[in-house]
Design a protein around this ligand. Structure first.
Ligand code: TTP
Ligand code: MG
Length: 356
């Protein structure tokens, strides 16, 4: 039975929600920003994208490109709530849902006697439900594996519905830059390009030993050898374990003393404890994260022998990481504590499907 995968990705997610709730900006370029003064644009609506405004662009660059840009501070709780509504829709169509982000998920809709055309109909129905219930548009991609489904969902944004059929794969991948293949970041792309491998067609021309020679002995060579042929066996993982659970707090002003930062820690770690407990995890590594006044991040971590989850323990560890050397005499805009190396607490409740 061939697998049938749908990838759903909301269009300009945060910005679309803000525009939905403010009809007066519907035709204007809109960017959503973090509340910190010197943040970057989190995302922009498609009107703003025509001016070149992009996610992660510093606000002043965005405004230079698009002087009429309407800047709206983020409302993360609202985006989480909308994400939960999306997951209610998904759950009507399949139990096998892998969230990738608040606005993005893979759905495995494989079924006895089901064809790609059936999966396309399901994707159309999912998009219609989402539009009815949230007044937002999604783009969906439908194909026989995760790589191709995700590629498809990005092909006709916004409000796209794209099917990639096995017979179309070779022609479609031939012209694709290597960066677009799953797992190829800037470093890997550099290695490939240094060997003249720039496109999907170049990639497909490499034998597995060729790829091993370029990329080393690991799993990457066989993975790319498969992807170049449209093969991707990764399952849709409905209960993927979270890598990290944590809380960050952005301040309205710079905190300049260690004392002031220490005073913020208990509130943050109490929330981390609540999140760990709700999701049923404990962890062995505590990460302290700061952003200085210019938004440069710095992190420090410590791993202990026995898993932790209590706020008091997290506060103690985080305090010990908050050294004068880390503070460097600078103002701090953001403070965060997260826990990694997570394991399930004995008898903990299962992981919810919606990421937090
Ligand atoms: P994306 O799905 O990457 O982007 P998008 O939904 O805004 O636009 P589209 O999918 O139509 O291209 O990310 C989802 C949300 O995640 C996005 O609305 C805002 C947030 N986000 C950031 O905060 N910072 C980032 O750098 C990116 C890429 C996204
Ligand atoms: Mg999106």
């Amino acid at each position: 039975m061939a697998r049938l995968i749908v990838h759903v990705d909301m269009d300009a997610f945060y910005a679309s929600i803000e525009v939905r709730d403010r009809p007066e900006v519907a035709d204007k370029p809109v960017g959503v920003i973090a509340t910190a003064r010197k943040g970057a644009v989190m995302t922009a609506n498609y009107v703003a994208r025509r001016f070149g405004v992009r996610s992660a662009m510093p606000v002043h660059h965005a405004v230079a490109r698009c002087p009429d840009l309407v800047l709206i501070p983020q409302r993360m709780d609202l985006y989480r709530a909308v994400s939960a509504e999306l997951h209610e829709v998904f759950a009507r169509y399949t139990d096998v849902i892998e969230p990738l982000a608040l606005d993005e998920a893979y759905l495995d809709v494989t079924g006895e006697d089901r064809t790609l055309a059936d999966a396309e109909s399901l994707a159309r129905a999912i998009k219609a439900d989402i539009l009815n219930e949230t007044r937002l548009t999604a783009s969906a991609g439908v194909s026989v594996n995760k790589f191709l489904a995700k590629l498809a969902s990005g092909m006709h944004k916004p409000d796209g519905l794209t099917v990639i059929r096995p017979e179309e794969v070779e022609a479609l991948l031939a012209g694709l830059p290597v960066e677009e293949f799953y797992g190829v970041g800037p470093v890997i792309a550099g290695k490939l390009r240094a060997h003249g491998v720039r496109t999907g067609a170049d990639l497909r021309a490499q034998s597995l030993p060729d790829l091993h020679a370029i990329l080393g002995p690991g799993k990457l060579a066989p993975r790319l050898h498969g992807l170049a042929r449209g093969v991707d066996e990764r399952p849709v993982e409905a209960h993927r374990e979270p890598q990290t659970i944590g809380v960050e707090r952005t301040f309205d002003r710079d905190l300049t003393t260690r004392q002031a930062l220490l005073a913020e820690l208990p509130g943050i770690t109490a929330e981390v404890e609540a999140r760990l407990s709700k999701r049923g995890y404990v962890g062995r590594t505590v990460v302290l994260k700061l952003r200085y006044e210019d938004w440069t991040p710095v992190t420090r971590r410590k791993t202990v022998d026995r898993p932790l989850s209590r706020a008091e323990d997290l506060t103690n560890l985080a305090s010990s990481l908050l050294t004068p050397e880390v503070l460097a005499g600078r103002g701090v805009r953001l403070l965060g504590v997260s826990v990694l190396n997570l394991t399930r607490r004995g008898g903990g409740r299962p992981e919810p499907l919606v990421p937090s």
